[in-house]
Design a protein. Sequence first.
Length: 155
Amino acid sequence: MNMRTLTVVGLTFSLVMACAYGSTYSIPQGAIDAQKVYYGKADAFNKPAEVDYEAIIKASPEYAQLKKEKAEKGSGKYWILLSQASDRAVRAIAAVGKESSYDFISSSGYLASLSPSIPAENITDLVISKINGKDKAEKAGTKDTKDTKEQLAKK
């Protein structure tokens, strides 16, 4: 083969590999469910993730307080604590999205239900650890988890 043919073949191969490696996904306008999208833009994303929202809520300190105090379902206290747990979950999901390479985070199973389905990594545990780490830092009077670990080690 001559040099020109090799160059064309090489460029074509590079282009195919770049397309396969850096796939950009999108959700068609009619299929977007805003209730199931927690972070990112549905029209273009490269590294999607999914979370079990209910598990994140149940891991929050507000939900633990709700259970501990046995707040009556439907009472004002119940709804306030559930709302606070929801706010904490949404903030933690957004924080993980900003701090990680995941550019789109949705409800578990949402992307798999689309046609064609979009593969996504489940990062529920990562979000829960974010909630737990933040709570420990707040109790110690700092927002830096590393400082908290050092403070707890000294005690």
